[in-house]
Design a binder for this molecule. Structure first.
Ligand SMILES: NC(=O)c1ccc[n+]([C@@H]2O[C@H](COP(=O)([O-])OP(=O)(O)OC[C@H]3O[C@@H](n4cnc5c(N)ncnc54)[C@H](OP(=O)(O)O)[C@@H]3O)[C@@H](O)[C@H]2O)c1
Length: 252
């Protein structure tokens, strides 16, 4: 049992009152997969710092959770290194430690090389690729102190190419970032997990031309949240590196 699990087990009743309870920072944590993961982490006894770009939305989400002492809503654009570094610092200052980070924020332009808007690709590459790299850089000193873990939320689009799709390119880069990071930090006792979801029913699809996922099977955000919390809960010495979760029936 690692320190975080031990703490979680002993703080199940009053998570925020135990200063040794594990602390996890998640980007894009107020909607979709991030919101489900935040709820699951709180239920597992973690204290959670939740980022996004809109402080008011983060505050509303935190208020819904009714666990004010275990949640820190902190606005930070993941593409802005100073903002990300400040969010990490605020988390350590508020909770006294940082055990895990989850690079979850991301979006898709839902287009392709033939018909897409290059300016939106620029933003997508910054959020989906640079953002996770900045989080790793900002959090690494604190994670090394606790033998913590990094989870990167990729996509099956980063494992199988979607034709001409820059989102697929961005998530392929994230797949690479996960292994790049792992070989950098494993000697320091830090774990790295790529969680690659197939289609999930979240606000991610609200910007799709159909405003919904393509017809076919979809997962719920809770399915992915469970995979993330499972990866974080592995015993000391066990580093789960890649978790691919598709709805049954999704081909690619
Ligand atoms: N849904 C799917 O089918 C699916 C499949 C595979 C992978 N994924 C991946 O899963 C992750 C979570 O997506 P989701 O499905 O849960 O969609 P979502 O509900 O739209 O969540 C995306 C989150 O990212 C945040 N975000 C976007 N840009 C940001 C920025 N620059 N700085 C900080 N936060 C930012 C958003 O918050 P604000 O807008 O408030 O900033 C939002 O909370 C993404 O990486 C996505 O690529 C999703």
């Amino acid at each position: 049992m690692n320190t975080a699990q031990h703490s979680a087990q002993h703080s199940a009743q009053h998570p925020a009152q135990h200063t040794a309870a594990p602390v996890t920072l998640i980007t894009g944590g107020a909607t979709g997969i991030g919101a489900s993961t935040t709820r699951r982490l709180l239920a597992a006894g973690h204290r959670v710092a939740v980022t996004g770009r809109d402080q008011a939305r983060l505050d509303r989400f935190a208020a819904e959770l009714d666990q004010a002492d275990a949640v820190l809503p902190v606005a930070a654009d993941t593409t802005d290194f100073e903002a990300v570094r400040a969010a990490v610092e605020a988390t350590v200052k508020h909770f006294g430690r940082l055990d895990h980070v989850i690079a979850n924020a991301g979006f898709s332009t839902h287009d392709n090389l033939a018909d897409g808007d290059p300016e939106q690709w620029r933003e997508m590459l910054l959020v989906n690729v640079l953002g996770p790299a900045l989080l790793v850089k900002a959090a690494l000193p604190a994670l090394k102190e606790n033998g913590g873990r990094i989870v990167l939320v990729g996509s099956t689009a980063g494992i199988k190419n979607t034709p001409g799709n820059m989102y697929s390119v961005s998530k392929t880069a994230l797949t690479s970032l996960a292994e790049n990071t792992r070989v950098l930090v494993t000697g320091a006792g830090v774990g790295v997990t790529l969680v690659a979801p197939g289609r999930v029913d979240t606000p991610f699809w609200s910007t799709h031309p159909d405003q919904a996922a393509p017809a076919g099977p979809v997962l719920t955000a809770d399915h992915i949240a469970d995979a993330i919390v499972w990866a974080l809960g592995q015993p000391t010495g066990v580093d789960v590196n890649t978790v691919v979760v598709r709805p049954t029936g999704q081909l690619h």
